[in-house]
Design a protein around this ligand. Sequence first.
Ligand SMILES: [Zn+2]
Length: 274
Amino acid sequence: MTHPIEESDMPHRRIIHIYWVAFLFAALLAAQGCAVAPYTGRNQLMLVSPQQELTLGNQAAEQVLHEEKVVRSGAQVNEVQAIGRRIAMVADQQGYQWQFYVVDDPETINAFALPGGKVFVYTGLLRVAKSPDEVAAVIAHEIGHVLARHGGERLSNTLLAQVGQEAAMIALGDMSPTATKAANVAFGLGAQYGYILPFSRQQEYEADYIGLMIMAQAGYDPRAAISFWQTMMQQDKAKPPEYLSTHPSDRNRIAELERAMPRAMQYYQNSRRM
Ligand SMILES: [Zn+2]
């Protein structure tokens, strides 16, 4: 005990700090304990603010950009960025920082998005997609995950299950290692990126629905979403595309898309009249 004053003082300050943070976040919880998904109106558990989501998403993106081989220029980059910007512009939501990346990996048929607006598309997926409309279907689906804040929702559920609500708020308030670690798990990062933890079925259908509407509003043919999933399902059965491990596809998925198609076609036709 060489520094008795500091040692007794520190825990005290820490306790005050924890109470203050807990109080602050309890107050915030009233406002942001839940959220409503855009386009579908579904109620969501949401302990994370959009700003926290953006910060954690950017941290995760730093990791991805550090580890993956990102293509800096060329026709594929131009195409993905042009499609992405056009769809994001239609979605017109405040507070997002949209950025669209192409990852150089022709063997990997995959794409994913991080909270806040970073979307990654692998050259393997661009090789398999048959038209710009099909590429738009994938990007719009990923933007759908971001707009419906599925990363933040999964992070909220992960933290709640791990440490309970109060501790979750404190961890998020401090942006402590607990929050960062849970964020990496929740966003599907780890040994490999993007395809460790699939989103829930409900989130997938929701991203499909939102994606279909915004791609159509942006002037891309929404029917390409169905042809894309059919292409995915026809890929090598012995070595299924990575995208299918996080996006399990079956007739239900396509039936849901078909159900939403009349509305999407209306948006598509309106976009072509403008
Ligand atoms: Zn998805």
